[in-house]
Design a binder for this molecule. Structure first.
Ligand code: SF4
Length: 266
């Protein structure tokens, strides 16, 4: 068992047998339950350990001169956040069933993206996921009129969702013996628009009930500090930022690569 995880397993079948159109009995190596390979394998994490310091928050806020009043505010909020925060994550072990030039069918859900299609060339098993800061931190500050306090809380929420995503990533690497993994998110590139959150959420099956994240009619996630996407094994690290030319993006994780963009044909 992966230490520190609070995952709920409906079934765990890391090595998926070839699909032969009929139920195939397997034994979950974690629970030793006999299951059929028709059952979805979903990992849910609702109790991820979260403990940060005010220094973590102030560093992430990137404020050069920290006034004593801000330091006090951060300390106060961090104390409450460490008590209240419940970052969460959910992931379904899924298999690619069909491919065209620019689509992939994953467990009956069709995703349209040339980049995703090419990134998943030769890959059968993928890990669609959602991770969130949780709904609990919002309640720490119902009144958002103090802009600095609001920014401070947003930063704490960002650290919480990062924690949830990294926890899931570590879990997947350890449980499925994956070396390097990369991820893609609907909405990160024009090639894979935000509307593709719909099949992703349909695939993950009642994300709101399981970890409290819902989609708005514009396909935004609530809580807003949530991330979604598909993890996949890869030999060469992939970041959507490589294919995104947006200038001065504070979240950029890799330099824009014009050659790679041309290679992907987007
Ligand atoms: S550069 Fe910024 S906008 Fe573009 S994919 Fe990266 S994080 Fe997103």
């Amino acid at each position: 068992m992966y230490r520190g995880s609070q995952s709920e397993r409906r079934c765990v079948t890391p090595a998926h047998p070839a699909r032969q159109g009929q139920a195939h009995s397997v034994t979950c190596y974690l629970t030793m339950d006999a299951r059929t390979d028709n059952e979805p394998v979903i990992h849910v994490f609702r109790d991820i350990d979260f403990r940060i310091t005010s220094d973590d928050v102030l560093r992430a806020m990137k404020i050069r001169r920290v006034a004593p009043s801000l330091e006090r505010l951060a300390t106060e909020l961090v104390e409450k956040a460490n008590e209240a925060a419940r970052p969460k994550a959910l992931c379904r072990v899924s298999f690619i069933e069909d491919r065209t030039d620019d689509t992939l069918t994953v467990e009956n859900q069709i995703f349209t993206s040339r980049v995703l299609r090419q990134n998943l060339e030769g890959i059968q098993r993928v890990f669609p996921f959602v991770a969130t800061c949780g709904t609990e931190l919002e309640h720490l500050m119902p009144d958002r009129t103090d802009l600095m306090a609001s920014y401070c809380l947003d930063t704490i929420m960002m650290l919480a969702v990062q924690k949830a995503r990294r926890h899931l990533e570590k879990y997947l690497k350890a449980t499925y013996s994956l070396g390097q993994i990369s991820r893609m998110a609907p909405g990160s590139l024009e090639d894979w628009p935000l509307q593709e959150q719909r099949p992703l959420f349909d695939l993950l099956d009642d994300v709101e009930r399981q970890i409290g994240v819902r989609l708005t009619d514009k396909c935004l996630m609530i809580p807003i500090k949530s991330v979604s996407g598909i993890y996949f094994p890869t030999e060469v690290r992939f970041e959507s930022c490589q294919l995104c030319s947006r200038a001065n993006c504070p979240g950029r994780r890799a330099a824009f690569d014009a050659e790679a963009t041309a290679r992907y044909g987007i």
